[in-house]
Design a protein around this ligand. Structure first.
Ligand code: DC
Length: 230
């Protein structure tokens, strides 16, 4: 069995979580559990089966029988649901909206808890999301809360959107992001919050390489301490 600890990375949109989590997992030889893709997969399956994104009992049924696996294909973390590769489908803009809606429902959050814990049970995993250090793995051995100033996060998002051809201003991007931040931090169920024992990493003035190197060094120290435990 592979050895290793549970590393959680939470934080707001645009802080660079996905890139950092993927690079970190590759560097450590860990698996990557991208929890956002589970909410996305629930939204996708609901749409395929004609179940509305506010049909809480219907969505809870999907969660109960959901089978998801992650597999690195080079540097891309592929998502397999019930044996099919859904990696591209779950990134469609309509599904992002659906994921945001279904993730606010208590039955969906509860329904995905067991699956997340099962995937992370044997350790050697980087878990990325919004509530992974607070709710999903409160006893994780290494927790990080990755953030950046809202100006920097909005700039990154703006660059990403405009290079994909979107017609949007920086001010609009910033305003949308502030609205989303307020919704994510203010919701009743599993709001975005830093766990008291999570290390705060502010990536505003750091490159991705620097963030990954900084976090990897801290994880190695925690790994060593973990293996020395009786
Ligand atoms: O990180 P992402 O964009 O793939 O997440 C998709 C949606 O799921 C997003 O609206 C936030 C939500 N989410 C969540 O509520 N809790 C998580 N642990 C991960 C994602």
């Amino acid at each position: 069995m592979k050895h290793g600890i549970v590393v959680t990375i939470d934080g707001p949109a645009g802080a660079g979580k996905s890139t950092v989590a993927r690079r970190l997992a590759r560097e450590l030889g860990y698996e990557l559990l991208d929890t956002g893709s589970l909410y996305r997969t629930v939204a996708l399956i609901a749409r395929q089966r004609g179940i509305a994104w506010d049909d809480e009992p219907g969505l809870a049924d999907i969660c109960r029988s959901l089978e998801v696996e992650f597999r690195f294909d080079g540097d891309v973390n592929r998502v397999m649901a019930h044996g099919s590769d859904v990696s591209d489908d779950i990134r469609q803009p309509a599904i992002s909206q659906g994921a945001s809606q279904v993730s606010a429902l208590p039955a969906v959050r509860a329904g995905l808890l067991d699956l997340q814990r099962r995937i992370g049970a044997s350790g050697g995993v980087v878990v990325e999301g919004r509530d992974t250090g607070t709710v999903v793995f409160p006893r994780a051995q290494a927790k990080f809360f990755l953030t950046a100033s809202d100006q920097v996060r909005a700039r990154r998002r703006y660059d990403e959107l405009t290079s994909a051809g979107a017609d949007i201003t920086f001010e609009e991007t910033l305003t949308e992001q502030r609205t989303r931040d307020q919704r994510d931090s203010g919701r009743d169920v599993a709001p975005l919050a830093r766990a008291p024992d999570a290390v705060l990493v502010d990536s505003s003035d750091m490159s991705v390489d620097q963030v990954v190197a900084d976090i990897a060094a801290q994880v190695r120290t925690r790994e060593a301490a973990h293996h020395e435990e009786p």
